[in-house]
Ligand binder design. Structure first.
Ligand SMILES: [Zn+2]
Length: 85
């Protein structure tokens, strides 16, 4: 099994494009969090829409496993813990 694990792309679209370009060479691609750049001038919700489209395009090529990173957390859940909304 070939697995590609990347993390901390922080809304770097050239890096998302690179992952997309080589995804079909791997059985599984893992995007291990910190997809967004909350310090960017691009609104976090807009970044989220773009990143979700990358997720969809990756799922069309291979199996995708993903999770949020600490820099993707933009709110709190009912228990008061930081969460990705
Ligand atoms: Zn990071």
């Amino acid at each position: 099994m070939r697995l590609l694990l990347v993390a901390d792309l922080h809304y770097s679209l050239p890096q998302f494009d690179w992952v997309l370009d080589i995804a079909s060479d791997f059985d599984v691609v893992v995007l291990a969090g910190d997809h967004l750049d909350l310090a960017s001038l691009v609104d976090g919700r807009a970044q989220s829409i773009v990143v979700r489209k990358y997720f969809d395009r990756l799922r069309a090529k291979t199996k995708l496993v993903t999770c949020s990173g600490n820099h993707d957390l933009d709110g709190k859940n009912p228990a008061g813990e930081k969460a990705a909304k």
